[in-house]
Design a protein around this ligand. Sequence first.
Ligand code: ADP
Length: 372
Amino acid sequence: MTPDPTTQNPPIQPTVSAYAQPAEAELELSLRPRLLGEFIGQPRVREQLELLLRSAQRRGSPPDHILLSGPPGLGKTSLAMIVAAELEAPIRVTSGPAIERSGDLAAILTSLSEGDVLFIDEIHRIAKPAEELLYSAMEDFRVDVVVGKGPGATAIPLDVAPFTLVGATTRSGLLTGPMRDRFGFVARLDFYDPAELEHVVARSAGILKVDITPEGVSEIAGRSRGTPRIANRLLRRVRDYAEVRADGVVSLDVASAALRVYDVDSIGLDRLDRGVLQTLITAYGGGPVGLTTLAMAVGEEPDTVEEVAEPYLVRCGLLARTSRGRVATPAAWQHLGVTPTPAASGRLPGAATHSVQEHSGTVPMALWGDQE
Ligand code: ADP
C-alpha cells in the first residue's frame, strides 16, 4: 500500500515562493522597472509591446487589450504599470477574485475616462457574470446593467469610455475562448536566463545600495529559479546575512553561505520544489501521481504546486506531466542523489519498457529533509 506521507513528514512551506508576500509590496514598488527601457529581458515581448504602444500613440487611440500570461514573479504587473506609464495614462488596478459581482465591475468600467488603463490581475478567476459583462465592454465599449429582479428586470445600456484592458494570468489555460479572443495582443512571459537575472540583481543592488561583487551577483542570479521576484528576495536575504555575519559585502562565499541558510539549493530549488520531488520519489517510487495527491502529501494547495513549483521543475527537466500523473525524471533522481528502483526505471519518461508495477515502498523515507 502506498504510505501516507502527510502523517510521516512535516508540511513544507515554500521559503522561496514566486508569489509576492504582503510585507514586500512596498519594497517591490521601489524595485519595479517604470518604463519599457528599464524592463530587463523578454526582448520579444518588449519589442512587440513597444510597437503596439507607439502605433496607438500615433493614431491617438487606446491600444488593443493586452493579455500577459506566465508564472508568478516574471513581471506581468510591472508590464501593466509600464503600459500606463508609457501611454502617460492613469491606471486602475483590480483582480479577478476582487470582482465578485458584475455590479462591481460595471461600477469600475463606467467610471473610466477615455484612454485609461484597467489592470485585472488573475483575470482567470473573475466570476462568470462579470466576465460576460467584460466581453461587451472590451468589444463595444458598452455594458448592459440589469436593474431589478425577475420578470420586471430591465437592462440599461451604458457607454464605457474607450480604454485598454491589461489582463494578467498565471493560468492562461483556464481562460475561456471568448475572453482570450477579445485580447488583440497576447504575450507569454518566460523564465529569465542567468545573464538577465544578473542584470536584475545588479540593478536592484544599486537601488538598495548593497555592496556586491560580480561573483555574488551571479551566485544569486543562478539560484533564482529564472524569476526576478525571487532574485530580488534572495538579494535582500543575502544582504541581511552579509550585514550580520560578514563585513557587509556580498561576495561569492557570503552569497552561497547565506543561500544555504535559506534552503535554496545549487540550482535554485527551494523546500517546496525538493519536497515535491522527494515525495514523488520516496513515497511514490517516481510516480505517476495525481496532482491533488501530490499536493496533499507536501502539505500545499494543488494550485500552489501547479503554479509555483511545477513550471520550474518542468522547465529544468526534473518533472514530467503525463496523462497518468506527475513523474520524476531521471534528472530528478540524480539531483536528489537517489538511484531509481527497477520498478521506477520502467515508468520514467523515455524508458524503453513501459511495464507499470505497483510501488514497492522500499525507498528510504529518511531522504526527507535532505538538502542539496
Ligand atoms: P508578476 O506580476 O508576474 O507576479 P511583478 O511584475 O509583480 O510580477 O514582478 C515582481 C518583481 O520582480 C517586481 O517588483 C520587480 O522588482 C521585479 N521584476 C519583474 N520583472 C522584471 C524585469 N523584467 N526587470 C526588472 N525587474 C523585474
